[in-house]
Design a protein around this ligand. Structure first.
Ligand code: SER
Length: 337
């Protein structure tokens, strides 16, 4: 079998590290990585080449490669983007635009459909008030599309750019399906939790931060109220969903942007579960107005029926399995004597 070429941007980030490991375990790909940081030692040997630096300055280099698939993960997350907005626009939007252009150009020129996998987010949703959020139920993909954060606006716009470059670029006639086109596919992730890495710059970070702190015996002041509820997912499920969407036959896709979810729990439920596993944990609540406002604008949970129907999505880790089979065993191995 000839080896395909994959580009993974943001490879040193949380999703990036897990994806490099899983894609390499699956085999069949020459993996090129990109990030403004060096690669962590754990994944260094898995990358054929690491392009280090600002994506926008490096973009020309990528024209020399013959990528079959691009996983564009590099992003500035929601809390950070809210205070460094111009940087967020550059990283989240201009970086994505340049890579989409590259992929669309190469798809046309070499008559080869390049797959472009994009992690979007529950931040693409924006509920106007806490009361609306509490009454809304599961959010479907096309509802509540007025995000209230810079990051959410960036993600929603990049979804639209992905649709534009895959369906409209070059202004083909509406009836005309180009034979070779950029094949854009996106999942809207909930908050993600890895047992191996810690997040930074996000607003769903209170979940993983609380758990990692409890496991390490560090006190933690949670920056949202105890009743705050959004959906979360174990990192292996996030990677599995990306790869399932990658593998889905185009004819099965009824849309290009899909919700995925695993379990929705409150910050207090996180605390209770952390205390059950680590009874010495010191977890208090000190809500931050701005970060609370962000999470209050995200849905309590999303409807992922279409991902289930179209490409067989189902999380392996519900809340019980997340704690009992994934997160806690790893924490106990690492931190308990
Ligand atoms: N987890 C991300 C954040 O909190 C949302 O996708 O910014």
């Amino acid at each position: 079998m000839t080896e395909k070429q994959a580009l993974i941007t943001g490879a040193s980030g949380e999703i990036g590290q897990a994806l490099v490991q899983e894609l390499s375990r699956r085999g069949g790909y020459k993996i090129v990585t990109a990030d403004f940081m060096p690669l962590p030692k754990t994944i260094e040997p898995l990358s054929a080449e690491h392009v280090r630096g600002d994506l926008l300055y490096q973009i020309k280099k990528f024209y020399d490669y013959d990528f079959d698939v691009i996983f564009h993960l590099a992003a500035s997350l929601s809390s950070k983007a809210e205070v460094a907005m111009e940087e967020a626009q550059r990283i989240n939007v201009e970086g994505t635009l340049q890579l989409l252009l590259l992929a669309a150009h190469r798809s046309e020129k070499y008559k080869k459909s390049i797959k472009f996998l994009f992690p979007s987010s529950i931040a693409a949703y924006g509920l106007p008030s806490l009361e609306t959020k509490q009454a809304a139920g599961l959010a479907q993909e096309d509802e509540w599309s007025d995000p209230r954060t810079m990051y959410g606006c960036n993600k929603l716009y990049c979804e639209k750019l992905g649709l534009y470059y895959s369906q409209c670029y070059g202004q083909k006639h509406l009836d005309e399906t180009p034979p070779h086109f950029l094949d854009f596919r996106a999942v809207r992730f909930p908050g993600l939790i890895s047992a191996f890495t810690a997040p930074s710059g996000g607003t769903s970070d209170y979940g993983p931060e609380m758990l990692h702190a409890a496991a390490q015996g560090q006190a933690y002041a949670c920056f949202v109220r105890p009743d705050t509820k959004i959906s979360f997912m174990a990192m292996p499920d996030a990677i599995r969903s990306l790869l399932m969407l990658l593998d889905a036959p185009p004819a099965k896709l009824t849309r290009r942007v899909y919700n995925v979810t695993a379990f929705a729990i409150t910050a207090e439920e996180f605390r209770q579960r952390a205390l059950r596993a680590f009874p010495q944990a010191q977890i208090t609540f000190a809500p931050d107005r701005r970060r609370q406002g962000i999470v209050d604008s995200w849905p309590t949970d999303v409807d992922d029926t279409l991902a289930r129907k179209d490409w067989g999505w189902q999380p392996a880790y519900d809340v019980e399995r997340f704690f009992d089979d994934y997160f806690l065993p790893e924490m106990k191995k690492r931190y308990l004597p």
